[in-house]
Design a protein around this ligand. Structure first.
Ligand SMILES: [Zn+2]
Length: 151
């Protein structure tokens, strides 16, 4: 399942990417380009403003909650979303690109020495080159998702 979210849902974009979903962010008021991209890339539109996309009702969900944790639960319930834990943390939260594993030595100059010393698995975004590793933040995110009943 792939998504495109309108600009009021920026935080939800990042969380869906963390969960491993291919999620585009439509940061513009141009409904035409939103609909074209959704159709062309076969994405479900999630928005807060129903009137925007009335004619695409079946491919659109309206998110009513304000808080990010409620929004996550809402989208999960509405679409009966299956979360695949093996796909989590496999996508760049900044640009939506799939991450690829990189050798530890390759990132030596790009991560803090402490991180380099204590971690062995690193991944890199193919587009923005950002380096990711399974650190404390990762564990905290996982715990938060479990607590919310998302995973
Ligand atoms: Zn990236």
């Amino acid at each position: 399942m792939k998504f495109i979210l309108t600009k009021e849902l920026g935080r939800l974009v990042r969380w869906l990417r963390i969960l491993g979903f291919d999620t585009a962010y439509h940061d513009s008021d141009n409904i035409g380009t939103l609909i074209i991209q959704a159709l062309r890339e076969n994405r479900i539109i999630a928005t807060r403003r129903k009137a925007k996309v009335d004619d695409l009702e079946k491919k659109t969900i309206v998110i009513h909650s304000d808080k990010i944790q409620d929004q996550l639960q809402e989208i999960k319930a509405k679409l009966n979303l299956a979360i695949d834990e093996s796909k989590m943390f496999s996508r760049c939260t900044v640009c939506n690109e799939a991450l690829k594993e990189v050798k530890k030595e390759e990132v030596k100059t790009e991560v803090p020495p402490y991180v380099y010393e204590h971690h062995d698995e690193f991944m890199r975004c193919r587009r923005c080159r950002k380096v990711y590793w399974r650190g404390t933040h990762w564990g905290n995110v996982n715990k938060a998702l479990k607590r919310l009943g998302i995973t």
